[in-house]
Design a protein around this ligand. Structure first.
Ligand code: ATP
Ligand code: MG
Length: 361
């Protein structure tokens, strides 16, 4: 695995430029890279996840890039108390990923919950000594998450979120992390930790790569309430596992506006534009063209076109999902083999870490 040089990520433009180059190299040299992505098991995945990240994961997998998908179960407890459904959500998310086209049985994609990989979690201790309280204080992503969760008391798990994320990425020497712009400050801490570890303990033979961000150009899908991003926890989502009837009735209730003439104008008409964008993602037709065709057909027409397009687009995915649902024993087997692979990768890394830190006896 390559240890990336000290790349210039000082400005957003520089990051975007690097990400473009990385994108080109992923196609040419897929075996040089290991992608690390993940989800928290806070619920099933929705169409925002599909268009915003799952499709990209599948694309990378098909390029032949090794892909590790961590289900971050411990991290659920950073901003909520409920833990009753964690195991159930892990199974559901695994099925969502597989239904969308991820193939953990193919030998190049691995799905596992991080609570089952002690080697991964053990990295947290050395990593915590490599960042300062002030650096954690400054992290804007953590600040936003804290605000979003409306927490009065912040647990140390939330505070140190970027450090466990570093363990999630570095335990298997992941060197590519697909991210949205808002996630960049988190990833920067991972890069800092990798660099400091190498400088301090492993100057001659670096242990960790400095993972590179692969900036997503996927759109943010708004929720059916139109006011904020579609999210598992905001009751504004269409789940991948929803039936056609449930999908139709959710779309029927989606917020639109009073103007009968449908136009694509994300800034002024976010709700209507979001529905047009969804049709476009399903059919490949530009949203402006779809809007023109609907003309003064109003939101009724807009919604019925979306219902049909989305249900048609999701049909094969949902069919696969139903097949998977009928054999949970198989899903557990998939997770067990993901865990095994993650433990193996983690044990190798941890061994190098102990050696570098002079802790081998
Ligand atoms: P939670 O409520 O647990 O925060 P969520 O639904 O907000 O769940 P996340 O787990 O925060 O989803 O999102 C994981 C990743 O999925 C994001 O980093 C992003 O790439 C993608 N994603 C999630 N929601 C959307 C969305 N509405 N539009 C586009 N991409 C999305
Ligand atoms: Mg979220």
């Amino acid at each position: 695995m390559e240890t990336s040089d000290r790349l210039n990520y000082n400005t957003f433009e520089a990051t975007a430029e690097r990400s473009k180059k990385l994108e080109e190299d992923l196609v040419r040299n897929p075996s040089k890279y290991r992608v690390l992505t993940g989800d928290r098991p806070t619920g099933r995945l929705h169409i925002g996840h599909l268009f915003g990240s799952l499709q990209n994961r599948v694309r990378l997998q098909e390029l032949g890039v090794q892909t590790y998908i961590v289900i971050a179960d411990y991290q659920v407890l950073t901003d909520r108390d409920a833990f009753e459904s964690i195991a159930e959500n892990i199974l559901q998310i695994t099925m969502d990923c597989m239904a969308a086209g991820l193939r953990p049985e193919g030998g190049n994609t691995f799905i596992f919950p991080h609570s089952h990989v002690p080697e991964l979690n053990q990295l947290l201790l050395p990593f915590l000594t490599l960042v300062t309280m002030a650096e954690l204080d400054r992290n804007p992503t953590v600040k936003e998450e804290i605000q979003a969760a409306g927490q009065k008391r912040i647990n140390a798990g939330m505070y140190t979120y970027p450090v466990h994320q570093a363990a999630d990425i570095l335990f298997c020497k992941g060197n590519v992390v697909p991210v949205g712009k808002d996630q960049l400050p988190h990833l920067e801490i991972t890069r800092v930790i990798a660099r400091r570890f190498n400088d301090r303990f492993a100057a001659k033979k670096p242990v960790f790569p400095e993972p590179q961000p692969l900036l997503s150009n996927a759109p943010i899908i708004l929720g059916l309430d139109g006011s904020q991003k579609m999210s598992k926890s905001r009751n504004n989502a269409i789940m991948l596992s929803a039936t056609e009837e449930e999908t139709a009735s959710l779309i029927k209730k989606a917020k639109t506006d009073a103007d009968r003439v449908i136009t694509y104008d994300p800034a002024k008409r976010p709700e209507v534009s979001n529905l047009l964008l969804l049709i476009s993602l399903c059919t490949g037709e530009p949203p402006e063209t779809i809007a023109e065709k609907i003309g003064d057909g109003g939101s009724g027409r807009l919604k019925s076109i979306l219902t049909e397009a989305l249900n048609y687009f999701l049909k094969p995915l949902r069919q696969r999902r139903r097949e998977l649902e009928s054999d949970l024993g198989y899903i557990r087997k998939v997770l067990r083999s993901g865990i095994e692979q993650a433990q193996k990768a983690g044990a190798e890394t941890l061994n190098e870490v102990r050696e570098a830190m002079n802790m081998k006896i």
